[in-house]
Design a protein around this ligand. Structure first.
Ligand code: C2E
Ligand code: CA
Ligand code: CA
Length: 688
């Protein structure tokens, strides 16, 4: 049954019900027709018998009436028409009785009628005798015969017809009762068939309803499971044409939802360019990772990507990012998660939160990036920096971990190192970084920033020829905060743009005071990347010099090579303009990056500061000594004066002096100190 289509099933069921209905109606009609026919027939028959009996009676009476008149008519001539009328009445009566006899024969004979016929015969005989007596013996004996015999026979004839009529009526009564009983039976039969039809129809309806409702319910369940995202439950092929089609449609729907969902997921979770998981996916994985225990997060930032992008075009930039993603994927074991966070930032998640292991892994990644990439046959050195944060040591939330990873990258940049840990950058108050911008803003307004000054000594004459201004933050709660703890953050957040103008103004003012008091000191100020590409920098400096009257030659701006890399064009333009003003320019932290002297030579700079790392123990470490010595020689070739940073011991200073270094700066001479302390220190030194 259930293999039939719903349409066929419905048609069949309704046809069956209709057939039942027609049967019931037909049976009922046929029954009632038969009953009414037999009833009509019977009634007709009985009515005819009654009629004939009455007619026979009536005409017999007529005949008797003529006979009586004959008996009173003595004139023979006058009796002739009466005989004629009497004979006619008798003939009519006989015809009626003949009819009765035939009707009785149809019924198979009737005692009443036979009796009636017999009486009629006797009556006829007696009648005839009376007539004969009239003609032969006269009216009186005829009258006597009539009174004695014929009249009695007439009476019994009349009675007999009445009896027949009465009997017929009784018969009719019985017959009507019988027919009523049969009607009752017929009615019962019709009711029975109707009840059967109703029960059968109900059963059929239920069967069909179930046959339709069940598969529909199954289809609903399938649809619900699809709606709840359960795509693995197979869709059972429905039986029957329509349900089969419905189930197939559901299956098609499920498959297209699955593929569409995959596509949407891909769009939502995969970075279009590199095909790596994107930031959204990364955040989800992080959420999961926070529940699954310790892990290490590596935030990788590509150095100078902005410069490459603007110099070589976005198409090359895009391809470079794709290549970097590919290389990253090949360097990181498949079990670790790699994603692109945005522009030139990538992240790697590993399940090992050991600091040493994380460091080793990061170094192996950097080593993997050391071999250059080729773009259109052109070699591109890609340098990456990694900020490493460990969960749960470095933070418990995604935002904290990411912020610290960002800071670690900034710190690595600042230190010109490949890697830095979040624990180093965040110092002791990691959670306070968020409020740091607000605090720094307050710091400017509330004069919490100050500058310390560290002297620079010309080795040839041992005179103090200059000072370097170094920023200090006198924090109300934390005390003196060293620039290493907030400068990277200020650079990263762009807040340095607010610090530097303040700093320049303060320092130039101080320098002009010293100048007016007769000191010929070159005062150095450190600039950040953002300062160097700031279009207002040159005008600000020019204005400050004009305002304070400080000769340009007494101001020196220190820049790091990395500051030149981000937007070399703008940086170079500004350097040229500053040099044109007469301001001195100095390359800071030389040796920590990869700038070559060949590159420095092309810049309008006057001074080069060898990084502390090479100066430290220069008198003991041959390698440092070789680097410093060759740098000094080359600088002199290029007419640059050389400053050795971070000289701490008299031996280091002596070595530098012996090897022709121009200027020295370091704790060996003096630590950075407030302006007043420096003035005192200088006075004491001059007088002492
Ligand atoms: P830098 O420009 O290389 O400054 C020299 C750093 O070396 C200073 O640290 C100074 O105190 C330290 N130093 C000097 N002599 C010695 C020594 O003999 N031994 C040792 N161990 N250290 C010595 P400081 O003041 O903590 O500054 C750190 C860095 O912060 C600076 O490095 C500079 O890059 C940045 N910075 C400081 N002040 C400013 C500023 O006003 N503006 C900007 N943009 N950056 C600044
Ligand atoms: Ca410096
Ligand atoms: Ca330096």
């Amino acid at each position: 049954m259930s293999t039939l289509s719903i349409r066929t099933r419905l048609i069949l069921a309704f046809s069956l019900m209709l057939a039942l209905l027609v049967t019931v109606a037909a049976v009922a009609l046929q029954r009632f027709d038969a009953l009414s026919a037999s009833m009509n027939h019977f009634v007709d028959h009985q009515a005819r018998i009654s009629f004939l009996a009455q007619r026979a009676n009536q005409h017999a009476q007529h005949a008797a009436m003529y006979l009586l008149r004959l008996l009173q008519t003595p004139d023979r001539e006058q009796r002739v028409p009466l005989y004629l009328a009497m004979d006619a009445a008798l003939a009519k009566s006989d015809a009626a009785i003949g009819g009765l006899e035939r009707a009785a024969l149809v019924e198979g004979g009737d005692d009443d009628i036979r009796h009636l016929v017999a009486i009629r015969l006797q009556y006829g005989d007696s009648f005839q005798e009376t007539v004969e007596l009239i003609e032969i013996e006269g009216l009186v004996p005829a009258r006597r015969h009539f009174d004695e015999k014929t009249d009695a026979l007439l009476t019994s004839l009349l009675e007999e017809t009445l009896t027949i009529d009465g009997h017929r009526r009784d018969l009719m009564q019985i017959q009507v009762e019988e027919i009523e009983a049969r009607m009752q039976g017929a009615r019962r039969l019709v009711w029975l068939i109707t009840a059967c039809a109703v029960v059968m129809s109900a059963a059929l309806a239920m069967l069909i309803a179930r046959g339709i409702a069940r598969p529909v319910q199954r289809a609903v369940m399938v649809a619900e499971s699809i709606a709840s995202g359960d795509y693995d439950r197979p869709v059972a092929p429905g039986r029957g044409r329509e349900i089969g089609a419905l189930m197939r449609a559901l299956d098609v729907m499920r498959n297209s939802i699955v593929s569409r969902e995959r596509r949407i997921l891909k769009l939502a979770y995969i970075d279009e360019l590199t095909q790596l998981p994107n930031r959204t996916r990364f955040l989800e994985v992080m959420e999961q990772a926070l529940h699954n225990g310790p892990f290490a997060l590596f935030l990788m930032d590509i150095d100078r990507f902005g410069a490459i992008n603007s110099a070589l075009g976005h198409a090359v930039g895009d391809r470079l990012l794709t290549d970097i993603a590919q290389r990253l994927r090949s360097l990181v074991p498949a079990r670790h998660f790699v994603a692109r966070l945005g522009s030139d930032q990538f992240v790697i998640l590993t399940d090992d939160s050991d600091r040493n292991a994380a460091g080793a892994f990061a170094r192996s990644l950097l080593a993997g990036f050391r071999s250059p990439m080729t773009m259109d046959g052109q070699r591109l050195d890609v340098e990456a920096r990694l900020g490493i944060v460990l969960f749960p040591t470095d933070g418990a939330s995604i935002s904290t971990l990411l912020r610290r990873a960002d800071l670690a990258v900034a710190l690595a940049k600042h230190r010109h190192q490949g890697i830095a840990f979040g624990s180093e950058s965040a110092a002791e108050h990691p959670h306070e970084h968020l409020s740091l911008i607000g605090e720094m803003r307050d710091a400017i307004a509330n004069n919490q920033f100050t500058t310390h000054f560290q002297p620079k000594m010309r080795l040839a004459t041992h005179e103090i020829m200059g000072v370097e201004a170094l920023l200090r933050w006198q924090h109300p709660d934390r005390g003196l905060v060293s620039p290493g703890a907030f400068i990277p953050f200020a650079e990263q957040t762009g807040f340095i743009r607010e610090i530097t103008p303040w700093l320049l103004r303060t320092v130039v003012k101080q320098a002009s005071e010293w100048y007016r008091s007769g000191l010929e000191l070159v005062t150095s100020v450190n600039l950040s990347t953002l300062d160097l590409i700031n279009p207002a920098l040159v005008t600000d400096v020019r204005q400050l010099l004009e305002e304070t009257g400080l000769p340009a030659r007494l101001l020196c701006l220190e820049i790091t090579e990395s500051a030149l890399m981000d937007d070399p064009e703008a940086a170079l333009r500004h350097l040229d303009d500053l040099a044109a003003l007469g301001v001195k320019l100095s390359i800071d932290d030389y040796g920590s990056g990869q700038a070559s002297l060949g590159y420095v030579q092309r810049l309008p700079v006057h001074e080069l500061k060898i990084d502390r790392a090479f100066v430290s123990a220069v008198d003991q470490l041959p390698k440092n000594a070789a680097i410093v010595r060759s740098t000094i020689l080359l600088c002199h070739e290029l007419a640059l004066s050389v400053v050795a940073e971070g000289a701490e011991t008299p031996d280091e200073i002596a070595w530098l002096e012996e090897n022709g270094c121009d200027i020295v700066q370091g704790y060996g001479i003096a630590r950075p100190m407030p302006a007043a302390a420096f003035s005192d220190w200088l006075k004491a030194r001059l007088t002492g």
